[in-house]
Design a protein around this ligand. Structure first.
Ligand SMILES: C[S@@+](CC[C@H](N)C(=O)[O-])C[C@H]1O[C@@H](n2cnc3c(N)ncnc32)[C@H](O)[C@@H]1O
Length: 270
């Protein structure tokens, strides 16, 4: 069975006779939390806007979520299609834009989508590639290939350096999450599984851990991926060797932007 609750969280709740109710980080209960956690994060925005400026055609934002990247792109005048599996995240995105904004939102799976046009730029930000397992990534690459203009770019991000190292280590710590009434303490618990290739992440509001309670636990299950592995996979999937560049981030956070295009061979087959 797939683990969604970490051993630390289960033990912490058991101590007070409480039980866990798992919620996906991107479902209804998680959307507000995700916004509080990463909403103000501007990482990747500058680099993605620069790519969009230099790339003709519409932009496809894959796993667009609540629009952290979509909204700045639309505000900069780019026509954007935003796809995501979560109706709740896309509803949040739409609320962040005026009605007449040039954005199309489509609820669909990034592993297998069919849209009616091709795009000059396809982006997959916030290291969301790590949501997919090997088979899922192969299906994503095939879907992106089908939707990329012949001279289009595919850009995706992944953790690098010390950030990548920290994703491969079990961690339990208290974090402060901004809220309307100030910061709230949450337990952040990361468990490493499947020989270091998968991490299960939980967030629990400490104030919710009360005797006998059914405690909401926000969960995510992610894959530990290196830029080297992604580069290999992209080439095997018919893309050119990606250009890899660091994203401007706050100190202590390392994110790499991989930018690629259809390999010459793939482009000529069209
Ligand atoms: C880390 S968030 C990224 C959101 C946004 N791009 C950003 O930069 O903040 C990951 C998003 O991937 C979506 N997602 C997860 N699995 C998916 C799938 N198989 N297909 C499409 N979207 C998926 C989630 O609903 C969530 O909105």
């Amino acid at each position: 069975m797939t683990t969604l609750i970490t051993t630390t969280v289960a033990a912490r709740l058991a101590l007070v006779g409480a039980t866990a109710r798992a919620h996906d980080l991107y479902s209804a209960a998680g959307v507000d939390f995700y916004e509080r956690l990463v909403g103000p994060d501007r990482a990747e925005v500058r680099e993605i806007l620069a790519l969009a400026r230099d790339t003709p055609g519409a932009v496809l934002d894959v796993a667009a979520g609540s629009g952290r990247l979509t909204i700045p792109l639309v505000r900069s005048g780019h026509p954007v299609t935003a796809i995501d599996l979560s109706t709740d995240m896309l509803a949040h995105l739409r609320r962040g834009l005026p009605d007449e904004a040039a954005v199309e939102t489509v609820v669909t799976d990034m592993r297998d989508f069919t849209l009616t046009r091709r795009f000059g730029l396809v982006i997959l930000g916030a290291t969301s590639i790590t949501l997919l397992d090997d088979a899922g990534r192969a299906r994503l690459y095939a879907s992106v290939r089908r939707h990329l203009a012949a001279d289009g770019l595919f850009a995706l991000t992944v953790a690098g350096g010390a950030s990548a190292d920290s994703l491969a280590v079990a961690t339990d710590r208290t974090i402060a999450v901004p809220g309307a009434a100030g910061d709230e303490p949450y337990l952040f618990s990361q468990q490493i599984e499947e020989a270091g290739t998968v991490r299960v992440v939980n967030w629990v509001r400490l104030a919710d851990i009360t005797p006998g309670a059914e405690v909401p636990v926000l969960t995510s299950r992610l894959h530990v991926l290196s830029p080297e592995l992604l580069a290999e996979e992209l080439v095997a999937a018919g893309f050119a060797v990606p250009h890899v560049a660091p994203v401007r981030t706050p100190p202590g956070v390392d994110i790499l932007l991989l930018t690629t295009s259809l390999s010459r061979h793939e482009g000529e087959r069209r």
